[in-house]
Design a protein around this ligand. Structure first.
Ligand code: FRU
Length: 512
């Protein structure tokens, strides 16, 4: 007899097949970000380089553009740029994952692609805490079809823990280790976020080692998080990085402006002890960046991809039957106690026509330009020393009637500002990152049909800060301008490339 989850998998696969490439022509559908063929996407899951190909799984609900019982969608790529959508990898419905196959990871276990994920079960609809979460396994020989192996870790660190999810597994000195997020409650039933550490010799029997780190229970909620989701633990440069997504931190100044955060703590790792050496630092400064996952590329680069959206943010593309996409893959480096992120160099293969303007000087003026497609890469070098303007930067995706996305250097605040208040449908708000203390600021920008990603560098280092936000402009909003307000602005170099639509190209060449 066919199991419920097998039937659910066939239904999900049908929904995906039926959608075909219908959505690829929708106004906001990305050209070079991984996006579901239909329905809803959230966290990246199971990122891995396996048998010569990159695999990316994701939290997926193919039946509607809203969050629902979670499946694992699946895509693979040879170059990190063109992603082929594969059959849905996991569907919920078994006793251990009845209401969702939640986030998790992938490991290569002697040639067997092994997924470790959270089985989510709703015990009652009366409370968000009436849930049971266990860690489960699924395996595949061909890297496409998965066999569920059931529960591998049932017990949370303490019996009263209900929120216990998002396992991340790695191998070190012939032992398997796992970090998992969990929540305890204080006497007022307010949560405290933690990450647990487990160990195994065979991926199937796990021993609780200790709590790797937890938030400070003495702090009031808001200064501490009620849950730490999607942990990852890895080394970068000479440090160990605990990356996670805390829920419940309150905005303060420029920090924690999004509903939930995504960031890291650096420290020293002497198994099984992690000694934190820095405070929590957010990874990205934009509106839409969450649940990032990292993996090692074939050449040893550490690469990160995040969900390019945020819980409860407006999602105007729901109108067209889809919601959510992934950020660009970013290479991670550690510089001066800080993670810097740069888009992977493979992105360059999408460059088509190139437009280069060297030295644009504006004095309280504007320099208009037109883009021949919404898919653009821009490199702009701004000479801070020679410029006096109060504000100077770019207006992008403008329609000449007030629709525009502004990115500018603000000398009074010493910050780089992204203003999406007039960026099109629904989404609003301002985000900013520090202005590097440097003579030249480099802005490396990727515009897709519904997003902007900005990588900020100084004289020496690229990717010191990134700002990633979704925008929903009209498809023919293709004007732009450089501008300087109150004073001089010297742009040393202004390069633009129109980028190919990798999603369309990948779809046309794959078999699905
Ligand atoms: C993070 C998260 C995870 C969970 C998944 C469910 O965005 O809440 O903790 O596994 O999404 O879709």
């Amino acid at each position: 007899m066919e199991s419920t989850s097998y039937k659910n998998l066939i239904k999900a696969e049908d929904a995906q097949k039926k959608a075909g490439k219908r959505l690829l022509s929708s106004e906001w559908y990305p050209g070079f970000h991984v996006t579901p063929l239909t329905g809803w996407m959230n966290d990246p899951n199971g990122l891995i380089f396996f048998k010569g190909e990159y695999h990316l799984f994701y939290q997926y609900y193919p039946f509607a553009p809203v969050w629902g019982p979670m499946h694992w969608g699946h895509a693979k790529s040879r170059d990190l740029v063109h992603w082929e959508t594969l059959p849905v990898a996991l569907a919920p419905g078994d006793s251990f994952d009845r209401d969702g196959c939640f986030s998790g990871c992938a490991v290569d276990n002697n040639g067997v692609l092994t997924l470790i994920y959270t089985g989510h079960i709703v015990l009652s609809n009366d409370s968000l805490d009436a849930i049971r979460e266990v860690q489960c396994m699924a395996t595949s020989i061909d890297g496409i079809h998965f066999q569920k192996e059931g529960i591998v870790l049932e017990k949370a660190p303490m019996p009263q823990v209900a929120h216990f999810r998002d396992p991340r597994v790695w191998k070190e000195n012939n032992h398997w280790f796992m970090v998992v997020g969990y929540r305890t409650d204080d006497e007022k039933h307010q949560g405290i976020g933690h990450v647990a550490l487990y160990r195994s010799e065979n991926l199937k029997d796990w021993i609780f080692v200790k709590t790797l780190l937890g938030d400070n229970s003495q702090l009031p909620l808001g200064k501490r998080a009620f849950m730490w989701e999607c942990p990852d633990f890895f080394s970068l440069g000479n440090r160990s990085v605990l990356m996670f997504s805390p829920q419940g931190l309150k905005a303060s100044g420029y920090k924690n402006r999004n509903l939930f955060q995504n960031g890291y703590i650096l420290g020293k790792w002497q198994a099984p002890q992690f000694t934190p050496e820095t405070s929590f630092q957010e990874l990205d400064y934009g509106h839409d960046f969450y649940a990032a996952q990292r993996f090692e590329a074939k050449d040893g680069r550490q690469i990160l991809i995040a969900w390019f959206d945020m819980w409860e943010n407006q999602k105007p593309s729901q109108r067209d039957g889809w919601a959510g996409c992934m950020t660009l893959p970013r290479k991670l480096d550690l510089i001066d106690n800080k993670i810097v992120m740069t888009p992977v160099r493979e992105m360059e293969i999408l460059r088509q026509s190139e437009k280069i303007e060297s030295v644009v000087t504006l004095s309280d003026a504007e320099h208009p330009f037109t883009m021949d497609s919404p898919l653009q890469e821009i490199e702009l070098i701004f000479d801070l020393e020679k410029s006096s303007a109060y504000q100077a930067g770019l207006a992008l995706r403008c329609n000449g009637k007030g629709q525009e996305t502004l990115l500018y250097i603000d000398r009074s605040q010493n910050r780089i500002i992204l203003d999406r208040n007039r960026s099109g449908q629904n989404v609003k708000g301002i985000r900013s990152c520090p202005l590097p203390n440097t003579s030249k600021v480099r802005l490396h920008i990727f515009l897709d049909r519904s997003s902007i990603e900005i990588f900020v560098g100084d004289d020496q280092t690229q990717g010191l800060y990134s700002i990633s936000s979704r925008i929903f402009p009209d498809k023919d909003s293709l004007k732009g301008r450089l501008f300087a307000i109150e004073g001089y602005a010297v742009f040393d170099s202004f390069k633009r490339w129109t980028l190919q639509d990798a999603n369309l190209a990948a779809f046309s060449s794959d078999a699905c």
